[in-house]
Design a protein around this ligand. Structure first.
Ligand code: DAH
Length: 348
């Protein structure tokens, strides 16, 4: 009798305790623990079932049913709570995912080409359209290809340590892309119509006008009967295509050891249209490149007979062209990585 009352009491207490614990459950981890605590192998429900054996035979069905009812009650509660939790979790996930369509958009800046790359690609495209192919010479080269093969006398001031970065007694950083000329001549038979874009290096003080490295585009054409007027018309056409206007060009005699005759090419100042302004130092003209007819000695160094072939060459500074085109006054801007500068080129 006493045992029966005790067992009945136990069942009721357990049910109450369970309800109490359930009210503390906050998430599915808590619920799992609760499940193990009450319904696990070592839980109190199991214990009760074992105790059933101590109850007199005729009372067992009654108690067995009470224990089973308790078990079913606990299991149902756990299931119901589980469903509730899943709902709650889905709801809070949905809430977190809600999009506030009234928020102002965040501006994203996709990556874009550096103006040097973009301008170089544009120039290469124009020149390919004019019949040139692209070759690349090495940035690190020998004195021979950079100077000697290009007819620089051994005591030419450009070889001075002031201008040239020597890497060793034999190697230097090319001071111009003209180092590609003789290399290409050695490799190909005329007709040769090549452009050689790339970096050039000079040991100079960095200032608004000069830098220790910059980009150049070398161009040359070697064939039978290439004339000075071919050179002039090619440069004229190229410049008009690049600046997309009928811009005026001017050619002035100048000296470079590897061309004869040599010249410098000016364009009409884009800012003042030839009137004179601080950008063109009040001359109305801006220098854009050096050019000339390839010196017979240079052709010979490239294994080409100057009696049979003639050629022209030019070399232009890329930064300078971009500065003229966009009115930039300081060459250092290109390497400062100021995003406001880099993003300021329309359509690039
Ligand atoms: N290499 C020269 C320089 O860096 C530029 C140049 C001038 C290149 C005349 C040429 C040329 O091909 O014919 O100053």
């Amino acid at each position: 009798m006493l045992r029966r009352i005790l067992l009945q009491k136990k069942i009721e207490t357990l049910s109450l305790q369970f309800k109490n614990d359930l009210s503390e459950v906050r998430n599915s981890a808590d619920l799992d623990l609760l499940k193990i605590k009450y319904l696990g192998m070592k839980g109190p429900v199991r214990e009760l079932m074992k105790e059933l054996r101590t109850v007199p035979e005729q009372e067992r069905p009654l108690f067995g049913k009470s224990i089973n009812d308790l078990k079913t009650e606990l299991e149902r509660s756990v299931e119901t709570f589980e469903a509730l939790l899943v709902n709650r979790e889905q709801e809070s996930q949905l809430n977190a995912e809600t999009i506030d369509v009234t928020l102002p958009g965040r501006h994203r800046f996709p990556g874009r080409k550096h103006i040097i790359t973009a301008a170089l690609e544009e120039i290469i495209d124009i020149l390919i359209g004019m019949g040139f192919t692209v070759e690349y010479g090495p940035d690190i080269d020998t004195d021979y290809y950079n100077f000697e093969a290009l007819n620089f006398a051994p005591d030419h001031p450009a070889r001075d340590m002031q201008d040239t970065f020597y890497i060793s007694a034999d190697y230097l950083l090319r001071t111009h892309t003209s180092n590609t000329q003789v290399r290409v001549m050695e490799k190909h038979e005329p007709p040769i119509r090549v452009i050689a874009p790339g970096k050039a290096y000079r040991n100079e003080n960095v200032s608004a006008r000069s830098h220790v490295f910059f980009h150049q585009i070398e161009g040359f054409y070697i064939d039978k009967n290439v004339t000075f007027s071919d050179l002039i018309s090619t440069l004229d056409e190229f410049i008009k295509k690049l600046f997309k206007s009928d811009i005026k060009t001017r050619f002035r005699p100048s000296y470079f050891p590897f061309v004869e005759p040599g010249m410098e090419v000016d364009i009409w100042c884009l800012k003042c249209k030839g009137e004179g302004c601080p950008i063109c130092k009040h001359t109305g003209w801006l220098e854009v490149c050096g050019a000339g007819m390839i010196h017979p000695e240079v052709l010979k160094n490239g294994g080409i007979d100057p009696e049979e072939y003639t050629g022209y060459a030019w070399g232009m500074g890329l930064e300078r062209l971009i500065m003229l085109k966009y009115g930039i006054d300081d060459i250092r801007r290109f390497t400062e990585n100021d995003l406001r500068f880099l993003r300021s080129f329309p359509g690039v």
